[in-house]
Design a protein around this ligand. Structure first.
Ligand SMILES: C[S@@+](CC[C@H](N)C(=O)[O-])C[C@H]1O[C@@H](n2cnc3c(N)ncnc32)[C@H](O)[C@@H]1O
Length: 244
């Protein structure tokens, strides 16, 4: 079976069962999902989470593998991802989530704080790139803790690059820093998209971070479901790396 697409006046026909077909259909699905705001549909244990189901499953895999002592999340929104991460930690039997957001609305705060998993969550209100807030985060981390970071706050290039630079410093060897929403780079030409997203997006920040930090690599294993909001976003700090 073939699919014919017309993109910006260029026409191409692709076998849907080829590798190229998988990549194309996944990209189209991501675009159409974003356009229909499907990432706002899921909830996790009763709290709305702004993620594609594929990314929820993959984060569960990563947390189960790394078994972190601390998960630092920037960008809390309703709190669904903080609850997701703490639910996996609860099953592992250890660990806490430090969740930072520039504004945690009162009703979200109440919902998170009254959730059975709230005992594993520390909320911090303020900008993730504010040095004072970063110090607050670090104060909650003990020496030797295995830290995993998920960046999901503002998705501008400058903000994500700054977050990558700051938060990469608290990730130990062999752990991960997940930079989310690189798919904004594919969303600029949606009817609801913004032209500036073509260059102003987390994916570009990820590429620039990787090109200047040889001690880091993007792990394609966590992008193998192809449909994702986080292309090239699973960044692993290599072993024995002194160049981070
Ligand atoms: C995409 S939502 C987070 C979704 C959440 N991680 C989830 O999966 O359900 C982005 C959040 O980032 C927050 N935000 C925006 N700019 C920020 C900043 N400079 N520092 C911290 N949080 C920020 C917004 O308030 C918003 O709640």
């Amino acid at each position: 079976m073939k699919i014919k697409i017309v993109e910006h006046d260029r026409e191409k026909e692709i076998d849907i069962y080829s590798k190229e077909g998988l990549l194309l259909i996944s990209e189209l699905w991501t675009k159409v999902s974003c356009h229909n705001r499907l990432m706002y549909e899921p909830s996790w244990l009763g709290i709305p989470i702004i993620q594609f189901p594929e990314d929820i499953v993959i984060m569960q895999e990563l947390i189960w593998k790394i078994r972190p002592d601390v998960i630092v999340e920037t960008g809390v929104a309703h709190g669904g991802s903080a609850i997701l991460y703490s639910s996996i930690l609860e099953i592992i039997g250890k660990g806490k989530v430090i969740a930072v957001d520039i504004e945690i609305r009162q009703y979200n705060k109440i919902a998170i704080k009254s959730h059975p998993l709230s005992k594993r969550i520390n909320l911090i209100e303020g900008s993730s790139t504010d040095e004072k807030i970063f110090e607050d985060v670090k104060r909650l981390i003990n020496k030797g803790d295995k830290v995993l970071v998920a960046l999901d706050s503002s998705h501008s290039y400058n903000h994500v690059l700054k977050e990558l630079d700051m938060y990469s410093k608290i990730v130990p060897e062999d752990s991960y820093l997940v930079a989310m929403d690189g798919a904004q780079a594919q969303a600029w030409d949606l009817p609801s998209g913004k032209k500036e997203w073509k260059d102003d997006n987390p994916l570009k920040a990820i590429e620039d971070f990787l090109s200047t930090h040889p001690g880091w690599e993007s792990d394609p294993y966590y992008n193998r479901l192809v449909v994702t909001s986080n292309p090239r976003g699973f960044l692993r700090r290599k072993q024995d790396n002194k160049n981070y």
